[in-house]
Design a protein around this ligand. Structure first.
Ligand code: SF4
Length: 432
């Protein structure tokens, strides 16, 4: 690695962070441009003289080495730099350790040496080896009245597509066969990046969810999307499902069905006709499994609103449903809404909703009896394998108990025939 650090003490600290991380990953440093595989220039953009020095250094590094990543204050003027130096590999602003590392990894991937690298290639995971959560963005631009996440975590900050893909690739290499895409609002991925992606990582992928989901699907593993809001562009994701690139599974947190309550909740996409949207998704992808969550007892929820919600559930025939009684969160604007629902009544509504959904669930699970499906094994208990198909996400949905599969191991896939069901789970027999 070649590294040139210009600018003030804050820039020096940024350089130290990047160098520390690179050193920890096993990169060595070179004193000359010509010996380096790639050069990072941490720039300054404070005064004209500093800008001139930064530009001259970039020019020098490009002429001597050709493989140059620019970071730091002048990097905030990425458009100008890319125009002046089109050969730059990547440009990031200041305090962008992760982005710089990502750009370095793309050019010179870190070498995993088992004798002295303590971290596994996919990082330390709390999930079983065969599936992993992949966070594609942080924060949220919405203002749902019951939620304080935007206050705590800030506005939407999507990761660069190249960065996400690199992590996904490492996970797959480390043995992950199912990627669970998570964020606060997966459908909104990339709207904060606009055209920056090419400038930041040099990756040609457009920073929007459809392109990202396609690229993830092309890794050849199961890709499952969580926290998708029912915007019209979700139709494009359904196309990826019919192509077999993404699992036909959508986790869409509807939270309610009464337009009045959705408006009070200030939910994203609250004017969409969710029922017809679900129908059109299913018309195009009949095997689609839809999961959702709901809140009952939201301030102002009348019997009529609640009936609308129950009617929606009967009509929508969702595959998996979670429901919670509304509870005020300190700092949420919903706390100021009038007409709180009596807690006892809210509990009764929760029970009533779960009874309606139990009937729906019976139909949905019952309709799968006799079908054949590929499952992945999560665990084995005696002679029974605890498995899931495309329609079950780990931890939140039901399971498929496969009898006579006690000799299999977690992560293995097999075809099964569904033989029976209970309230939440399916029973199956192994076919292969
Ligand atoms: S509940 Fe609403 S505000 Fe909170 S994270 Fe989700 S979309 Fe954003």
């Amino acid at each position: 690695m070649g590294f040139v650090s210009l600018g003030c003490a804050k820039a020096t600290v940024d350089s130290e962070r990047i160098l520390t991380q690179l050193r920890a990953e096993g990169y060595g440093f070179s004193q000359t441009y010509t010996d380096a595989d790639v050069v990072v220039v941490n720039t300054c953009g404070f005064i004209d003289a500093a800008v001139e020095e930064s530009l001259a250094t970039i020019d020098e590094a490009l002429s001597a080495n050709g493989q140059v990543i620019v970071t730091g204050c002048l990097g905030a003027r990425a458009e100008m730099l890319k125009e002046k130096f089109p050969a730059l590999l990547a440009v990031t602003g200041p305090q962008a350790t992760a982005e710089v590392l990502s750009a370095v990894h793309q050019k010179v991937p870190p070498v995993q040496e088992p004798l002295y690298h303590l971290l596994p290639p996919g990082g330390v995971k709390l999930t079983p080896r065969h599936y992993a959560y992949l966070k594609i963005s942080e924060g949220c631009n919405h203002k749902c009245s019951f939620c304080i996440i935007p206050t705590m975590r800030g506005r939407l900050a999507s990761r660069q597509p190249g960065d996400v893909l690199q992590e996904a690739g490492q996970l797959v290499e480390a043995g992950v066969s199912e990627l669970l895409v998570v964020s606060q609002d997966t459908s909104a991925y990339g709207i904060d990046l606009k055209k920056q992606a090419d400038l930041m990582t040099g990756h040609s992928l457009r920073p929007e969810i459809h392109s990202l989901a396609r690229a993830l699907g092309e890794l050849g593993v199961w890709v499952r999307l969580h926290y998708v809001y029912p915007y019209p562009h979700v139709d494009e994701l359904v196309s990826l499902m019919t192509e077999g690139l993404v699992l036909p599974y959508l986790d869409v947190p509807f939270q309610h069905a009464s337009p009045r309550i959705l408006k009070l909740m200030k939910r994203p996409a609250n004017t969409e006709d969710n029922l017809s949207r679900i129908r059109s998704w299913r018309d195009r992808c009949p095997e689609l499994a839809v999961r959702s969550t709901f809140i009952v007892g939201f301030p102002g929820e009348t019997e009529r609103d609640f009936s609308e919600l129950l009617e929606f559930l009967r009509e929508a025939q969702l595959d998996r449903v979670g429901c919670f009684v509304y509870s005020p969160v300190s700092g949420a604007r919903a706390n100021e809404l009038p007409d709180p629902v009596d807690p006892q009544l809210a509990e009764e509504r929760l029970q009533a909703l779960m009874e309606v959904q139990a009937e729906v669930s019976k139909d949905r699970l019952g309709s799968r009896v006799g079908s054949q499906v590929e499952v992945v094994i999560d665990d084995v208990e005696a002679d029974t394998a605890i498995a899931r198909s495309y329609a079950e996400s780990p931890e939140v949905d039901g399971i498929i108990q496969v009898s006579g599969a006690g000799d299999l191991s977690p992560g293995q896939r097999l075809d099964v025939r569904i033989t029976d069901f209970d309230e939440h789970d399916l029973l199956a027999e192994a076919l292969s």
